[in-house]
Write a new protein. Structure first.
Length: 203
């Protein structure tokens, strides 16, 4: 998992509330056995018409926001089912940070485990960022997990809270497997001791 320290990026404004996981990644794409490739189907039902044509003004189709790694959205982002695929799809597409007033609890946990920083700001602050991203060409934010701040070059400055353990994992680039591997020597020692004890009991 790529460490998250400081990110300066174009901002994609998704001015919608209650963005649920079935919209982030529809259920028909959950049959893949890999954790990659889901970015192709991110917001599938919103980014194209029923006939399969791209919706030109949908944010991730809009050339103004190509390459954005930060999403700003309305409250209750990630509601709905508990599918971890929603975090996989956002990450695979290239998003590393989502800013919103509130997030669904399970999605909040899944995102952090997959290297995505979720930042809660007030509705007023989010409204300002949405407006800026929609009206200022090439609008960028700098998100510092080290300082727990969000800034732009126009005077916006906000601080955010983050769970210390999740902050540590994101800064170090550690998912659940990475955390386990940090104790590899202790685990190996335990296994050897356990195997030896089992051998003695079998004699």
């Amino acid at each position: 998992m790529q460490p998250f320290k400081t990110l300066t990026s174009l901002v994609a404004p998704l001015d919608r509330t209650n963005v649920d996981t079935d919209q982030i990644i529809p259920k028909q794409f959950l049959k893949r056995i890999e954790r990659t490739g889901y970015g192709d189907f991110l917001f599938f039902d919103w980014r194209q018409t029923p006939e399969g044509n791209p919706v030109p003004d949908f944010v991730i189709n809009d050339p103004r926001y190509q390459g954005a790694q930060i999403v700003v959205a309305g409250k209750n982002f990630g509601c709905g089912s508990s599918r971890e695929h929603a975090a996989w799809a956002l990450s695979d597409f290239g998003f590393r940070c989502v800013i919103a007033p509130t997030f669904a609890d399970i999605f909040f946990s899944n995102a952090g485990k997959n290297g995505i920083l979720l930042v809660k700001l007030s509705e007023e602050q989010v409204a300002q960022l949405l407006h800026n991203a929609q009206t200022i060409p090439g609008y960028q934010l700098t998100v510092s997990l080290e300082d727990q701040t969000i800034t732009d070059n126009r005077g916006f400055n906000a601080t955010f809270e983050v769970d210390p353990f999740r902050r540590y994992c994101l800064l170090e680039g550690l998912d659940d497997i990475g955390l386990t591997l940090r104790h590899a020597d202790a685990l190996d020692a335990y296994e050897k001791q356990h195997d030896h004890a089992t051998w003695l009991q079998a004699k």
